[in-house]
Write a protein that binds this ligand. Structure first.
Ligand code: UDP
Ligand code: MG
Length: 309
């Protein structure tokens, strides 16, 4: 028998976790002749009864495993912990809020049997999502495709089934700043996309605020490309050329018309413009320096408080 590992990061999800288990169990029962399973719940420092609910599920089903973090480390850390602790030949990554329909697991298995190494889902619409989120996300993907040399698919979800070799490849990228969407695509392999409709979460709230989304976008760009660093070189070059032309113009003007005292507006504009660009460049630079700082410290990506397996 082959083994299927299902990894589920959870943060304050007491309202949905039982429902998730029931729905997923129904699907797993359909394939129980062929696949054993383990469901690895990662409690990402939840402040509600999430961990208790997980333990209750575990009492009735020994295939439920629990990893509980000492505090909230974020979904990326949860994914990493789940992947490193999974033992399945096939590994599924999914959200607990049932936005990722467990029934799709069956289609994913079909895809794997057709010879794909990874099967993942792609939203065909963004129904029920806040407008700002979908506009922002569209802009983000556009920018990413321009800047980064990896193929990020618009609407691709973190819902995926992977063969063991893909999981090992993902785990071999040990960076601290983890941008999973990029990492999944960076490792390559044959990927099949299944198109799904966007679903609203069954209960509870999305953990993403707008500022977190902005942070996530910056994280994505700076984790995978250094091209923003080139902006300062290009702008610096353009401005230097303009400054030389302007300088020559002033010299010629002075020779022809004599000394010209007014010039307040142009001076102030130049100072502000160049000051702005310098600050922008330093900002971009510090983004990378801070990344290097965090990587160099080699801190653990998560700390486990409790583990049941
Ligand atoms: N999640 C997590 N840690 C966090 C935030 C979220 O483990 O710090 C989990 C959450 O419990 C859910 C999944 O990540 O299973 C997706 O989160 P959410 O539904 O809030 O994101 P959205 O679907 O709105 O993108
Ligand atoms: Mg969700």
């Amino acid at each position: 028998m082959e083994k299927l590992s299902i990894i589920v990061p959870c943060y304050n999800e007491e309202k949905v976790i039982n429902l998730f288990y029931e729905e997923t169990k129904k699907v797993l029962d359909k394939i129980k002749e062929k696949y054993e399973y383990e469901i690895i719940f990662i409690d990402d420092g939840s402040k509600d009864k999430t961990l208790d609910k997980m333990k209750m599920l575990r009492n009735n089903d020994k295939n439920v495993k629990i990893i509980s973090f000492s505090r909230n480390f974020g979904k990326e850390a949860g994914i990493y912990a789940g992947l490193s602790n999974s033992i399945g030949d096939l590994v599924v990554l999914m959200d607990v809020d049932l936005q990722h329909d467990p029934k799709v697991i069956l289609e994913m298995i079909d895809g794997i049997n057709q010879g794909y190494d990874t099967v993942t889902t792609k939203k065909i619409d963004r129904k029920g999502e806040p407008i700002f989120k979908s506009i922002f996300s569209k802009m983000f993907y556009k920018l990413m495709r321009k800047l980064v040399n990896i193929d990020l698919v618009q609407g691709a979800q973190d819902y995926r089934m992977m063969k063991r070799k893909v999981v090992d490849a993902i785990l071999s990228l040990e960076e601290y700043n983890r941008f999973s969407k990029g990492i999944f695509s960076w490792v390559g392999f044959n990927v099949l996309y299944i198109e799904v409709e966007n679903k609203e979460r069954v209960d509870g709230n999305s953990k993403w605020s707008f500022s977190q989304l902005v942070k996530y976008a910056i994280e994505g760009i700076t984790s995978f490309t250094t091209s923003p660093l080139k902006i300062s070189i290009i702008l610096g070059f353009i401005i230097s050329i303009l400054a030389i032309i302007f300088g020559i113009m002033i010299i010629i003007q002075t020779i022809i018309y004599g000394k010209d005292t007014p010039g307040y507006a142009s001076t102030i504009t130049a100072i502000l413009f160049i000051g702005g660009i310098q600050l922008l460049s330093i900002g971009i630079l510090s983004e990378y320096v801070s990344k290097m700082y965090m990587e160099i410290k080699k801190r653990p990506k998560y700390i486990i408080k409790d583990k049941i397996d």
